[in-house]
Design a binder for this molecule. Structure first.
Ligand code: AMP
Length: 300
């Protein structure tokens, strides 16, 4: 696995693969790689001829300077992990390479970026994400780009960006990888003190409680959300947001009458964590209600 830091070097390194019509997969990351990232790299390895992993802690998507400063940076370890997971090329540019003096352009997706993460972190966050993702896609020109469901809103925003700008790339979404107790893997978990690590389980427990309730047939958002909140109480964690929303528009849903995204964010000490799950009205309950709706004596 080679490491390249400049866009010119990246293009040269990929030129032969492109000439030979080899498929190129890109896994964009901010480093401090964990099993979640490695699952994306493994997915790319399975589906593409050439796998590029980008490692760039993008300053423009951090709304708090302290969060950017505290973001874990471990390039040596990341290089080893990316190589072992099957990456061919590590693209690790400097901030100056990505944002040279005079840089003045940004790419913005409107509407869906105002909700959930956007409402808390401000519009600059997703503008930073969509600008850097557009740049990475233009630099690498991959056939497929891999993103994690862990950042559900990011996936929705990037799919919108790719469709709206006719970017010639397929977006692959990989499932959230969790610790054995359910905590979603995140580079930020490394910052949790032992007592905070225990409390961080509140996010998964909230999602799990809501999931169980909805599988039992509950359809009211209010009931589902209050059950999720109750599951967090023993951990002494308050959600920053906890919302049941339409998975494409991110509009809040009053009832779970279709597929929905349950998204949560919470601060555990100085560390902000997010997680989500997809809830579906269970087929069991649909079968029962169809049965109930059928006029007596009419066969199925
Ligand atoms: P990050 O380095 O946090 O920007 O993440 C890079 C990519 O890895 C994003 O597409 C994330 O959604 C994805 N990712 C992060 N954590 C996980 C996880 N636990 N499971 C699956 N994908 C993840």
């Amino acid at each position: 696995m080679r490491t390249v830091r400049a866009v010119g070097g990246l293009r040269t390194a990929l030129s032969v693969a492109r000439l030979q019509r080899h498929t190129i997969g890109l896994v964009p990351t901010m480093g401090a790689l964990h099993e979640g990232h490695l699952s994306l790299i493994a997915g790319a390895r399975e589906q593409c001829d050439v796998v590029v992993v980008s490692l760039f802690v993008n300053p423009s998507q951090f709304n708090e300077g302290s969060d950017l400063d505290a973001y874990p940076r471990r390039e040596e370890q990341d290089r080893r992990l990316a190589r072992e997971a099957g990456a061919d090329l590590l693209f690790a540019p400097s901030v100056e390479e990505v944002y040279p003096v005079g840089f003045a352009t940004s790419v913005e997706v409107l509407g869906i970026t105002d909700r959930l993460e956007g409402a808390v972190r401000g519009s600059a966050h997703f503008r930073g994400v969509t600008t850097v993702v557009t740049k990475l896609l233009n630099m690498v020109m991959p056939d497929v780009a891999y993103f994690g469901q862990k950042d559900a809103q990011q996936v929705i925003v990037i799919k919108r960006l790719v469709e709206d700008l006719n970017l010639p790339v397929t977006v692959e979404v990989c499932p959230t990888v969790r610790e054995p107790d359910g905590l979603a893997m995140s580079s930020r978990n490394a910052r949790l003190r032992p007592e905070e690590r225990a409390r961080a389980l509140a996010l998964f427990r909230a999602l799990d409680a809501a999931d169980r309730l909805s599988r039992g047939g509950e359809r009211s958002s209010e009931a589902i959300l209050s059950c999720a909140r109750a599951a967090m109480r023993p951990f002494d964690v308050e959600p920053e947001y906890l919302a049941l929303v339409d998975p494409s528009t991110l509009e809040p849903l009053e009832r779970l009458d279709r597929r929905a995204l349950l998204a949560i964010a919470a601060r555990i000490g100085a560390t902000r964590l997010i997680d989500n799950t997809i809830l579906e009205p269970s087929s069991h309950t649909i079968a029962i209600s169809r049965e109930e709706a059928r006029p007596t004596g009419v066969a199925a």
